[in-house]
Design a protein around this ligand. Structure first.
Ligand code: CTP
Ligand code: CA
Length: 229
């Protein structure tokens, strides 16, 4: 009927999306971070929302504002992101689009480090928890039934991303080529290969919103009841 809301294919499904960079403090004024605008993760969250999902959006300090109509959970560091993700569970599906810093400063200084003439400080680093791997290995019941990672690579994208899917234990990996000459990092478009247990599927280069809609549609299809024979 006109004006009546049609329930989307993901109505009633809870979906978690991580997005943006994480910031790992060095001292109160300095940090280590990955390059990430948050554009692709934000677009994925919006596309899932448009299909009717209840979206929990865990975002680091990104340039792109979060979408309307989702639950926004802002975080700074990888440790905070992991805690927020664990708190947002259980969900039906989880998409890990965040560019999580792999390392943090082992002991961040609570006061500003000064240039005291003694030369640059030696920063000891510690490895951050792997959020995607942690969630992929949760026991049945806690583990989302569909876990999707991203893989940003500069060389041999499909081979590395295929290995990464197995190493992480996730169901799908969305691999993108982030060589500077592609203009994808910080750009409006993305060119991705979706890697599943069935193989690799390269999608045409398209605006990030279009890539997000395609991914959301695939997620909806994965949850659709199997068609009668
Ligand atoms: N990821 C995560 N937690 C981390 C590191 C990565 O959840 N501490 C997630 C990212 O959100 C992404 C996927 O893992 O979905 C792959 O991230 P990537 O940086 O490509 O993989 P790494 O395993 O960190 O490998 P490397 O950076 O060495 O290529
Ligand atoms: Ca990494």
């Amino acid at each position: 009927l006109p004006g009546e809301a049609v329930p989307g294919p993901l109505a009633g499904k809870r979906v978690l999306v991580t997005s943006g960079p994480t910031h790992e403090p060095i001292d109160p004024v300095r940090y280590i971070a990955n390059r990430s605008s948050g554009a692709q993760g934000t677009a994925v969250a919006a596309a899932l929302r448009d299909l009717g999902a209840e979206v929990r959006f865990v975002t680091g300090p990104a340039d792109t504002p979060p979408p309307e109509g989702v639950t926004v959970i802002p975080v700074e560091s990888a440790a905070e992101m992991l805690a927020a993700v664990e708190k947002a569970l259980p969900v039906d599906a989880a998409v890990f689009a965040a560019a999580v810093a792999d390392w943090r400063v082992a002991s961040a200084s609570s006061s500003k480090i000064k240039k005291d003439g003694g030369g640059p400080p030696a920063l000891a680093l510690a490895e951050n928890p792997d959020i995607l791997k942690t969630v992929s290995h949760l026991a049945d019941g806690r583990r989302p039934s569909l876990v999707v990672g991203f893989a940003a690579e500069t060389d041999d994208v499909v081979t590395l991303a295929t290995a990464k899917r197995l190493r992480k234990g996730c169901d799908w990996i969305v691999a993108n080529d982030v060589r500077p000459e592609t203009g994808i990092m910080g750009g409006a478009e993305n060119a991705v290969t979706l890697i599943t247990a069935d193989g690799a599927e390269t999608w045409p280069r398209a605006p990030k919103a279009e890539v997000a809609r395609r991914l959301a549609a695939r997620i909806a299809a994965a949850f659709a009841p199997a068609m009668e024979a």
